[in-house]
Design a protein around this ligand. Structure first.
Ligand code: N01
Length: 544
């Protein structure tokens, strides 16, 4: 190393940022742009090799949004005025192109360090600073750290013996090779039927010689009603976007629609059916979060929709036994308490000769061998295994960083038995640290870009307020987070979400304590609560 290089790197190590953002998805990029505009010295670290956060990692075939592109984008700085979507529900490639558009317009990349995994963060009380260490030996000091790792950044791998012996290609969907995997003419096994499993299966079934799909729980998937869009369509959509963006702030889950002001319990069977058919024709999440206000709360109403959905599935799947596995007479759980995938031709593909569905409960994968997977019925030879087995959601990405707060307390220890946060934003003992899209925030119940902007604005405004007041240390109290956890739990216990072991409450991760990790009270209540906190001068925080 030359003398010049040495002094340059010392200088970088000594630079104390106002804010280091970990994660460069929607939330992280919004922070970078807003804070930079306000004169904060800010930088982003991202473990991904390029822009997009989860959209960089999730490059498996078929990966696409389950929110229409029109409202799956920033309202910020008129970025929406000159980006056209090719499809109503854009795929991962198109979302990456969108991020490139954002980058070109806002000039963000110059302040992002890619391929940089934040492995450790240590708080120093004397200097009121964090030092963050990357897995490849970099370090960065910052007065505040924002963790914006998203709700699905820590892949969950199934514990199947022999996985490492497999002679073909085995990839988790969220760690799919960037160069792709050739599935044409291959024998493919897909494990898992969440949104990722449904999407990768839909593509594999079209090109592979054979696909075996292992299902543990049926996905109560809804029609996507995909459409291609041309310039004229985009121009037409743009006309209504300001109102649609504004609607995201108050809608239950940050979309441009929310539940109807009508109860299914008061509707006749004919009215219910007419409503279900009308929504079915349009497809998408209005079928889940835009219909009767009691659909997700009243089990009897919920069952009427399940029966309607089941009838639709059975009409598409020729083999009655397969149809029954996909859409059983007894619901696996109430509709909508696990996030339904949006499907394009998922159910139709089971009519193809090259597709086989296996009930993982009856015939689990016992082991993996070099030639394929083994069940009680023998070896299923394959060339590719796609693990669509989900994530250690909400908390996993944060806990993957060894965060040491006041007195060296480790966040992993503090959260070993239970996650406690104040509004999903902060946790006691870890000053000057905030989470975006974090556990106990609306996160999994909130459209990502909506959260990035509106929860993002809470954070920007809070940091700006503290700076104006000359405060350099803030920490939320233990009492505030006990109350918040109790509130989240109370909402959860009163809901039907308890009836499915889903990632919403961490019940999908073997060996980890299950508790509600996504605030289920809706955005109106969440932002209303923060308005009160701000108006009262942030009593839940000690700032000095
Ligand atoms: O993960 P999941 P995902 N052996 O946890 C099964 C977002 N997302 O990646 O249901 C066998 O939903 C598991 O079975 P079960 C979206 O918010 C969005 O699909 O637990 N099977 C389940 O079937 C989504 O909700 C898009 O019984 C095992 C599947 O694997 C969230 O990310 C696309 C198993 C995991 O499903 C997560 O989706 C992709 C095991 N050991 C993701 N462990 C869009 O469309 C788990 N399973 C935007």
């Amino acid at each position: 190393m030359t003398a010049t290089q040495s002094s340059a790197s010392d200088e970088i190590a000594d630079r104390v940022l106002d804010v280091l953002v970990v994660g460069g998805g929607f939330s992280g990029l919004y922070q970078l742009d807003r804070l930079r505009d306000l004169g904060f010295d800010v930088k982003v670290w991202d473990s991904a090799g390029g822009l997009g956060g989860v959209w960089w990692w999730n490059c498996y075939p078929g990966a696409r949004t389950d929110t229409v592109g029109a409202i799956y984008q920033f309202a910020h700085k008129d970025l929406w005025k000159d980006f056209d979507f090719r499809e109503r529900f854009p795929d991962h490639q198109e979302v990456r192109e969108y991020f490139e558009h954002v980058d070109r317009t806002l000039d963000l990349s110059k302040d992002i360090e890619f391929d940089t995994f934040a492995a450790q963060a240590r708080w120093d009380e004397d200097s009121r600073q964090w030092t963050v260490f990357s897995s490849d030996g970099k370090q960065q000091k910052a007065r505040t750290v924002l963790v914006a790792t998203g709700f699905g950044s820590k892949p969950l791998y199934p514990d199947i013996p022999g996985m490492e012996t497999f002679a073909g290609e085995c990839h988790h969907t969220a760690r799919w090779p960037q160069g792709g995997v050739d599935m044409a003419g291959k024998r493919v096994v897909v494990i898992g039927t969440g949104a990722s499993g449904v999407q990768v299966f839909q593509e594999a079934a079209k090109e592979a010689a054979h696909v075996t799909l292992f299902q543990r729980t049926p996905n109560l998937a809804l029609p996507m009603c995909q459409r291609t869009l041309d310039r004229a369509d985009n121009d037409e959509v743009r006309k209504g976007l300001p109102e649609r963006f504004a609607a995201r702030y108050t809608a239950f889950a940050g979309f441009d629609f929310t539940f109807m002001d009508e109860e299914g319990a008061k509707a006749t069977p004919e009215e219910l059916r007419a409503t279900y058919e009308r929504f079915w024709a349009e497809g998408g999440f209005p079928l889940w979060l835009g219909m009767y206000v009691d659909l997700l709360g009243d089990e009897a109403v919920n069952r009427t929709f399940y029966d309607f959905w089941r009838e639709k599935v059975h009409a598409r799947v020729h083999d009655p036994a397969t149809a029954e596995l996909l859409a059983p007479e007894t619901p696996p759980h109430p509709f909508g308490v696990k996030r339904p995938a949006l499907e394009q031709d998922y159910f139709d593909l089971f009519n193809q000769d090259n597709v086989r569905l296996i009930d993982q409960n009856d015939e689990p994968v016992l082991e993996v061998r070099p030639e394929g997977v083994v069940t009680r019925n023998g070896l299923i030879e394959c060339d590719v295994i796609a693990l669509a087995t989900g994530f250690d959601n909400n908390r996993g990405g944060i806990m993957a960083i060894d965060i040491q707060g006041v007195g060296g307390e480790r966040l992993a220890d503090k959260w070993a038995d239970r996650v406690d946060t104040f509004m999903g934003l902060s946790t006691a003992g870890f000053p000057n640290l905030l989470f975006l899209y974090g556990p106990q925030s609306p996160s999994g119940f909130c459209n990502g870009p909506t959260s990035a902007e509106y929860q993002g604005e809470i954070v920007v405004d809070f940091l700006d307020d503290l700076r104006r007041q000359g405060r350099t240390r803030f920490e939320s109290s233990a009492d505030s987070e006990k109350e918040w956890t109790a509130h989240v739990n109370e909402l959860f216990e009163a809901s039907l979400f308890t009836k499915a072991r889903s990632w919403y409450w961490g019940a999908n991760v073997p060996g980890k304590p299950a508790q509600m990790l996504n605030y289920p009270g809706g955005l109106g209540s969440y932002f209303g609560k923060w308005d009160e906190v701000k108006a009262a001068g942030y009593p839940e925080f000690e700032a000095s």
